[in-house]
Design a protein around this ligand. Structure first.
Ligand SMILES: Nc1ncnc2c1ncn2[C@@H]1O[C@H](COP(=O)(O)OP(=O)(O)OP(=O)(O)O)[C@@H](O)[C@H]1O
Ligand SMILES: [Mg+2]
Length: 238
């Protein structure tokens, strides 16, 4: 028996408001994402990208349709079940999920492990490993405000991966970063996908950032207009 896909959307719609004023942020979206994929989500402003990420991240639920995670239908999960799924399977690098400013890098990275109730020594050990993985050894005790934008983004990524999530969800991970730093962050995310097998789903407006992904979904008006593999992947298949 083939295992269920990691992620499956079945006819997912998300509407806001009602009657004449209804906004259809997502319109009957079908989507399957397998383990170890690296997917970029693109599309114009208001096309449903963040709505999709919020549903993937269990921060929002569809108005209709089903979201299956590892074959398990999450429809009707209670708050505790969503929280468990989020904490154990998902890592977030969202612009809204900011780091604590006057708190050290290592303490920021430990935070998701505190929520898990892990003991302090183990927590510290894992946070230091995650910081080393993102190339921040030596900066563990710097506070957020003592780090550059790119270094802060690395801390955010370390915090997202410290729990060894199956999926990394990134909404514009390189937004506000210069070209060189963006490239470094993308190389880091690429290596997490390639060397650690983390499934990456990333929203971006930029073609050169999307080019790091193997697969690109383009949303238009709440629907997936195109779902394409990178040219180099197609060449590999031939
Ligand atoms: N809380 C909300 N209440 C009402 N409408 C909303 C809400 N959140 C999103 N929308 C609407 O849903 C649609 C999709 O929004 P979404 O945030 O998914 O777009 P996006 O593709 O992420 O855009 P951007 O590139 O600007 O971030 C938009 O028309 C938006 O106005
Ligand atoms: Mg958005």
């Amino acid at each position: 028996m083939t295992p269920a896909p990691l992620i499956e959307f079945r006819q997912i719609s998300r509407t806001y408001g009602r009657g004449e004023a209804t906004i259809r942020a997502l319109d009957r979206v079908d989507l399957t994402i397998d383990r170890h994929e690296f997917v970029a989500i693109m599309g114009p402003s208001g096309s449903g990208k963040s709505t999709t990420m919020n549903i993937l991240g269990c921060l929002d639920v569809p108005t209709s349709g089903q979201y299956l995670f590892q074959g398990i239908d999450t429809t009707g999960f209670d708050r505790a079940q969503y929280t468990l799924l989020r904490r154990h399977m998902l890592g977030f690098v969202f612009q809204g999920f900011n780091l604590l400013a006057r708190t050290s890098a290592v303490e920021n990275v430990e935070l998701p492990l505190v929520y898990r109730g892990m003991d302090a020594r183990e927590r510290r050990k894992r946070a230091l490993t995650a910081l080393a993985q993102v190339g921040l050894s030596g900066r563990e005790n710097h506070t957020t405000q003592e780090l550059s934008g790119g270094q802060q983004q690395r801390v955010a990524i370390a915090r997202a991966i410290v729990t060894s999530p199956a999926v990394l969800l990134a909404d514009e991970p390189t937004g506000n970063l210069d070209t060189k730093t963006s490239r470094e962050i993308m190389e880091l995310i690429t290596s997490l996908n390639r060397d650690h097998g983390i499934t990456v789903i990333m929203v971006t407006h930029e073609d050169d950032i999307a080019a790091y992904a193997r697969r690109t979904l383009r949303f238009v008006d709440g629907r997936i207009q195109t779902d394409s593999l990178a040219a180099r992947e197609i060449a590999d298949v031939r």
